[in-house]
Design a protein around this ligand. Structure first.
Ligand code: CAA
Length: 258
């Protein structure tokens, strides 16, 4: 499907989704969020996709929700329309892994979009921030919950209440991103990570993703029980036999997602 605010390419079992509103530094307007939801659903259902990379431009992953769309809105408009209440669900409902490849600004809703992905790889030019406080509001796409999960209460409060940006080095120290690479290497690095994931059994990839996400949704006791059941369940798959036999036979496994 053709999109106006995204560029989607599928190659080697990886879908690369680029946010493409350069005139507004990829600000997340309703059209972009709606197209992103469609692109993610299509990728999740496409057998030729086993991992997804979400990226922006070198200058901006996304500079936030679109302020021009929000400026004139009132309390009742935002409440009744449930603005941003469901737009991020296609990300959290996607069962295949999503890597955010972030260069430049990831601010406000842009930072929250990256946080909703499974992990973030960023370039050394990346700047993360929740500057909504400067606009008289607060993060509205999960930032007050996912940012403390990612970086702890102290840094999350500092960023959300002062509006200051975090550079790539601080983001890596804080655990917000998994890797920092030079800007020119960002996409090759993210695509290589995605291809590495695409080589695994899709069943164990999806189950592993579900289990890690449980850590943020439930108690430790329930999460561990979910892991125990999921771990045992994988022994019903042919891919478990293949993976372990391949190790013992000193060869590469041939997973079939069975
Ligand atoms: N919404 C709408 N348009 C935006 C935008 C946004 N979030 N961010 C940037 N743009 C537009 C600018 O208005 C500008 O458009 P024009 O050329 O038509 O004037 C264009 O993108 C380029 O931006 P700048 O000229 O400002 O570029 P810069 O390099 O000087 O500054 C920046 C870059 C520091 C990122 C600055 O653009 C900026 O501060 N942007 C806003 C960041 C922000 O406050 N984000 C939070 C939004 S609210 C939110 O996200 C709520 C939520 O949680 C759901």
């Amino acid at each position: 499907m053709a999109y106006q605010t995204l560029i989607v390419e599928i190659d080697d079992y990886v879908a690369l989704i680029r946010l493409n509103r350069p005139e507004a530094l990829n600000a997340l307007n309703q059209q972009l969020l709606s197209e992103l939801g469609q692109a993610l659903q299509e990728a999740d259902q496409n057998d030729k996709v086993r991992c997804i990379v979400l990226t922006g431009s070198e200058k901006a992953f996304a500079a936030g929700a679109d302020i021009t769309e929000m400026a004139a809105m009132n309390y009742d408009d935002v409440l009744v329309s449930n603005m941003f209440g469901t737009e991020i669900e296609p990300i959290t409902n996607t069962r295949k892994p999503i890597i955010a490849a972030v260069s430049g600004y990831a601010l406000g809703g842009g930072c929250e979009l990256a946080l909703a992905c499974d992990f973030i790889i960023c370039s050394d030019s990346a700047k993360f921030g929740q500057p909504e406080i400067n606009l008289g509001v607060i993060p509205g796409i999960g930032g007050t919950q996912r940012l403390p999960n990612a970086v702890g209460k102290a840094k999350a409060m500092d960023m959300i209440l002062t509006g200051r940006f975090m550079d790539a080095a601080e983001a890596e120290r804080a655990g917000l991103v998994s890797r920092v690479v030079p800007a020119a290497k960002l996409l090759p690095e993210a695509l290589a990570a995605a291809r590495k994931i695409a080589e695994k059994s899709l069943i164990s990839v999806m189950v592993g993703k579900e289990c890690v996400n449980r850590a943020y949704d439930t108690t430790l006791r329930e999460g561990i029980l979910f892991e125990r059941r999921s771990f045992a369940g994988l022994f019903a798959t042919a891919d478990q036999k293949e993976g372990m036999n391949a190790f013992l036979e000193k060869r590469e496994p041939q997973f079939r997602d069975k």
